[in-house]
Each structure stands twice: as C-alpha cells, then as structure tokens.
Design a protein. Sequence first.
Length: 335
Amino acid sequence: MSPTASIFSLEDPGIRERWESLHKDSVIRTPFATLGYVEDLSNVLHLPVKAAIVTAKEDVAGLLFLEERKSGMKYNSPQGFTPFSGLAAKNIPTGAEIHSRDTWYESLIQLLHGQLSKTDLVLPPNIQDVRSFQWASWQVSPLYTFKLDVSDPDRFLSGWSEGAHRLYAKMKDQYELTCSSDHEHHIVQMCLEAYERSNRTPPLTSDQLEGLVLRQIRRGQGVCYTVHQTNGTAPGTKPGAAPSAGVVVLGEAPDAYYWVAGSIPGPAMTILLGKLSYELSKRGYKTFDLVGANTPSIAEFKRRFNPVLTTYFHVRHVRNRLLRIFFSLKEANRL
C-alpha cells in the first residue's frame, strides 16, 4: 500500500494522540519533535502548529511545523534555537526503498509541494540519504554538527586538545557545577551577549528565548547547568551568585542536546563541559550533540573537545522563481 499524507491542525479530533503515538515509536528521537516543545515555540512566536502525517495502513511518519502566512501564501521556516525540524518516523527508508520512489519521503514531499509556497526542513542526522529531495528538485545544503561521547568521561577528557586539557586540569577546582533553574535568566543573557560580541543577530529576542527556556524547564524537558567561580575555596555557591557559564540541556537518555548556552569570556565553558560530562554520564547519557559546527569561531572552540563531526542537511522547496526572489529578499532583511 502506497503511503498517503495529509496536514492537520492539532485541534482536529485525535491528532494529538496520533502524534504522541508516532513520536513514541519513532526512530528519529529529538526533543524538537515533541508536542510540548513545538507548542511552546508556537506560543512564543504566535504561530499555529500543523501536523503533516504520512499513513500506510498505520501512521508511519510525520512533521510538526509552524505555519506562517503572508499575502495569501502559506510557508514554514527554520525557527530560532531549533536545530532540527520536528520529524518523527517509524523507519528510515533504505537505499533500495528510496530507488523505488514510493517511501514516506515522497508522500511528505508531494504533500508539502501542494500545500506550502515554501518549505524549509532541517533534517535530523538520522537522515543521510537525501536523494528523494534532490530528485524532487529541492535545494539540498549540507550542514555540520559536533557530537561528544560522554559515556566514559575519563576517556572523553583524555581526548581533548592539549591546551583544553591543561586548562581544565589547572582551573577545574576553582569552579563548582550546579543544576538549578534559578539561573535560566543568566544563561539566556550570556547566550545573547555572545551573539552581540560576534556581531550576529540572535534568531529570537530576549523575551522570546527566555519564555521558551522557561517553558521547557517547567515541562521537565530542559535542565539548567551552570558553573560558578569559587577560587578554590570550600564548595557552596552563594544564593543569587551569577554563573560564569551555563547551558540548558534538552533530550532524553541516551542523547543530550547542548541547546541554549553562554559564558563570560574565559575558561568557564571549558570547565563546564568537563564537569558536565560526568553528570550526564551518571544520568545515562551517551552522546552530547553540540548542535552546530557551522560558524568558524564556534566550531574551532568545540573542536578542542575531540568531537565526532556529523553531517546533516537543510532541504528547501520554493514553488516558483518569483517566490524564490521574494524569500531571498525577506531573509536578507533579517541580517
């Protein structure tokens, strides 16, 4: 039976339950495909959530996305601080199945062709064979992320660059790792200050990002980790003391995601990553996705921790040439 696909609103009867069931059995498991995350992003950006579901006797794949509208057009765009699109699937098509041109990829592609003027998807790293999108004349662009193996923290630290390892050994006793939601505001501000230092525009405003972070913490989907400078004195962070570095971690074991992060200039983020590897390992995590190795200066910092470079893909379809010009100008104005 060939797959069929349809787009639904979350308010349609049974759609929330169908998505929850699909996500539960999905081989693509990222926090960015959960109903909670996508609905929280929807509330922050004031955009409606749509669910594209592919069915072949049963639901086999789907996409949660935020629908934007302008001048009669419907489209979706990559949203800030969301590294991968909200995809869920019970299987990843094999090479032979892709050659059959009858997988859930084709059904989803045809549906989005017909329903949206522009579609942008950032495919999770599980999806490496993107020929279905190329054959459908989508624009395909490779991106890169770094992944850390934190299953054995001692081995993880031993693989660091000489400079990073030396810095950690020298400074680790001067910082204390804490896990507390009290510092989400500081993490957001340090994150946005990093954008400002590099003359980049953050994809969400301070209020939007803080609202999204708070919602993940309240759902229990986000955990805040920070390091505080103690200068080698007895452990015990003073109440209200500002952290030197922090990160909001998303994901369920075995996969963690370095989601919103920032630090004051200096060694603090290096110390945080080292201490955090032990904490994540204790909690059953094996991989820590640093969600991006695409900005040179940031990629160089992350490279020092002996990560595995992993490819993923941004795929795009725009209905016609005039719309391609329109969206190119729209994106240029955001820079």
